[in-house]
Design a protein around this ligand. Structure first.
Ligand SMILES: [Fe+2]
Length: 207
């Protein structure tokens, strides 16, 4: 945020020209249907191996699945409503989605989402101590040499049922281990593109 500061009789402008907007929104939809849908996927479709360290990460889900209808509509609403704060011009569309189920001590290593402009995660089940998402400042390595010792190099997004985070796809992030012995952490992740962007199939370990 650009500000004008007056101190010791002198006024200066301080610019903050390169913001990295991360949007946190709350969505009110039926998580029971989504939870059952994710558990069914786990039962019937083999896990991908992407950013997940343990646990289950589904291949791309069909965006036509009726169980995803409410969530997709809610994400589209959020994108339209907060589009002026995103750093990519609208219109934007959901390109793909997948679900994540982390059991005790399962996590996701640091990664980004190639071939997309914005990405997001929606939380379906978040028991106590199930692990938060952390976003890394693009200059993380440099920030560790500054006086804060890297204190400001990470931004923690608290996982909470019904919460959604939207963030630039190039912003690296990771998920801490689920330390809840009894319950899984369940979420759905997704990528967002412009409507005419070519969807490139990404077969790397990212996402
Ligand atoms: Fe991710």
């Amino acid at each position: 945020m650009d500000i004008e500061i007056c101190k010791k009789g002198k006024t200066v402008n301080i610019y903050d020209p390169f913001p990295i907007p991360i949007i946190e929104d709350e969505i009110n939809i039926d998580n029971k249907i989504l939870k059952e849908f994710c558990l069914e996927q786990e039962k019937n479709v083999p896990s991908s191996v992407r950013s997940n360290v343990g646990g289950y990460q589904s291949p791309e889900l069909s965006l036509d699945a009726p169980e995803l209808f409410e969530l997709i509509k809610a994400i589209e609403w959020s994108l339209r409503t907060w589009e002026e704060y995103l750093i990519y011009p609208p219109p934007l569309v959901i390109a793909n989605m997948w679900c994540n189920i982390n059991y005790y001590k399962d996590s996701n290593f640091v990664h980004l989402h190639p071939h997309s402009v914005y990405s997001g995660v929606y939380y379906i089940q978040t028991p106590k101590d199930c692990g938060n998402i952390s976003f890394e400042h693009p200059a993380l390595d440099l920030l560790y040499h500054y006086k804060t010792g890297g204190h400001d190099a990470l931004f923690k997004g608290v996982s909470k049922e019904g919460r959604i985070f939207l963030f630039p796809s190039w912003l690296k992030h990771f998920v801490a281990p689920n330390m809840n012995i009894d319950q899984q952490r369940i979420s759905i992740s997704f990528n967002i593109q412009g409507p005419n962007d070519i969807r490139l199939k990404d077969e790397t370990i990212y996402n």
